[in-house]
Design a protein around this ligand. Structure first.
Ligand code: NAP
Length: 263
């Protein structure tokens, strides 16, 4: 999608993939500086490890604890995280008041951190996070202490049925339902019956679309959002940082759909 945007804008750049081993990260970004790269995306497993190697990061990347976009400045590489902007884009398009909304978030991994920050930015009333590992859940809850984030409540999956009827926004951040587990959903049929009919169900997964989770929620009358717009808008936000001009979002969406075989 980045190269489609670059071709459309007629600017002299290319977006290229590089496989970098964890012990070569510093060498790689020093090399990027030496050859004059404008900026780069950074993904698993380097999103946290790169932070001490940068000259600075935005507050949002600090709060999430991960960087996905880096650009060159006079003092060195600077990082931010565009996942929150990507996550929020389809929710803002609904033009709702979220201040009375209870969020239930399935999973407590990397993407869940951007979702928590996004829900705080929306002004949601309460955020409940469901996870399967009690220690990781406690660490997740503790990680927000002292940061400008309202209290995040953590729960195990056994508590999910009691929380679902209150959920105005239900977000799946687990990989359950991705192509490798295609016929699965994070919700059992009984749990699906607990959903409020007007819930907004958001699956970060972008292929397949719709996932079983979104099919279940739609059958209950939910508004369904898949992960494509998040993927698209986090990429568009990065491109706008590097090129300092508006990204051609429709061109990028078509390219993404073609690449993912969902055109
Ligand atoms: P991650 O850091 O590995 O986190 C995954 C979370 O799901 C963890 O909390 C994990 O629990 C939980 N989980 C995994 N398998 C599970 C299972 N069978 N039952 C219950 N919980 C399970 O991954 P991530 O980076 O957050 O990504 C998560 C998903 O979001 C992926 O599908 C990814 O493609 C998608 N994503 C989409 C976008 C987008 O732009 N649309 C952006 C980022 C991520 P444990 O920690 O206990 O293993």
């Amino acid at each position: 999608m980045h190269n489609a945007a670059i071709a459309h804008l007629g600017v002299d750049y290319a977006y290229l993939p590089f496989l970098v081993q964890p012990d070569s990260l510093k060498q790689a970004i020093d090399g990027f500086a030496a050859i004059g790269l404008q900026g780069f995306s950074i993904t698993i497993p380097h999103k946290q490890a790169i932070i001490p190697l940068l000259a600075g990061i935005d507050p949002i990347a600090k709060t999430i604890g991960a960087v996905n976009t880096v650009w060159r400045t006079e003092t060195g590489w600077h990082g931010t995280n565009t996942d929150v902007a990507g996550f929020l884009h389809p929710l803002k398009a609904l033009k709702r008041d979220w201040s009375q909304t209870t969020v239930v978030l399935l999973g407590n991994g990397g993407a869940a951190r951007a979702v928590v920050v996004g829900c705080v930015q929306l002004g949601c009333a309460a955020i409940h996070v469901i996870g399967r590992d009690a220690q990781k859940l406690e660490a997740f809850a503790r990680s927000w202490v002292g940061l400008p984030i309202a209290k995040v409540h953590v729960h195990t999956w056994q508590q999910l049925p009691a929380l679902l009827p209150q959920a105005g926004l239900l977000v799946n951040t687990t990989p359950i339902g991705m192509s490798s587990h295609e016929a699965r959903s994070p919700l059992s049929p009984q749990e699906t019956d607990c959903l409020a009919p007007n819930v907004v169900a958001y699956d970060l997964i972008y292929t397949p679309s719709p996932t079983v989770f979104l099919q279940q929620a739609t059958a209950r009358g939910a508004i369904a959002i898949d992960g494509l717009e998040m993927l698209l808008h986090q990429g568009a936000a990065a491109l706008e940082i590097w090129l300092q001009q508006p990204a051609p979002v429709d061109v990028m969406r078509r390219s993404l759909q073609q690449q993912l075989g969902i055109a």
